[in-house]
Design a binder for this molecule. Structure first.
Ligand code: AMP
Length: 143
């Protein structure tokens, strides 16, 4: 795959097509949110537009309004679900920035006073923990 070209075989495209499982917390016509399998903190969630783009550099700007509306909803929900002190929002573009999955996504990470972030793409979380955390976020979202 040439550099800078969207690859429909990327792992988030597979999740969006339902070809591989995810712990979904939110879905509408344009956006899906699911648990990060290697969370940098409890409740680390990814908000992903369905429309294909590698990252912010090639995205249709029309997606940012619905995308960030859901980023905000999920941020409020994770703060409530885990009684967090704050929420970190991160988004990477191309390998030089740390991007590892080349379908646009925004990280929403609950933060707790004095607790540092775990490494990016570090350790896999147990599926039962992800399922439980997803349930808490869905409850906070009211869905
Ligand atoms: P980025 O470096 O911004 O591209 O981040 C990609 C994120 O996707 C990392 O935080 C990974 O832990 C996460 N990730 C990788 N594979 C999966 C998967 N199958 N389901 C959920 N999250 C994933």
């Amino acid at each position: 795959m040439a550099e800078g070209v969207y690859d429909p075989g990327n792992i988030f495209a597979k999740i969006l097509r339902g070809e591989i499982p995810s712990h979904r917390v939110y879905e509408d016509d344009a956006i899906v949110a699911f648990m990060d399998v290697m969370p940098q903190g409890t409740g680390h969630t990814l908000v992903v537009p369905k429309a294909p783009s590698r990252n912010i550099l090639d995205a249709d700007p029309a997606i940012f309004k619905p995308l960030f509306a859901i980023v905000q909803k999920v941020a409020v929900a994770v703060k409530k679900a885990f009684d967090a002190d704050g929420v970190t929002i991160v988004q990477f573009n191309e390998p030089a920035s740390g991007q590892t999955v080349f379908h646009l996504h925004v990280h929403v990470i609950p933060r707790f006073d004095g607790v540092p972030l775990k490494p990016h793409s570090g350790q896999m979380e147990k599926p039962e923990v992800l399922a439980e955390n997803a349930g808490k976020i869905r409850a906070a979202l009211g869905s």
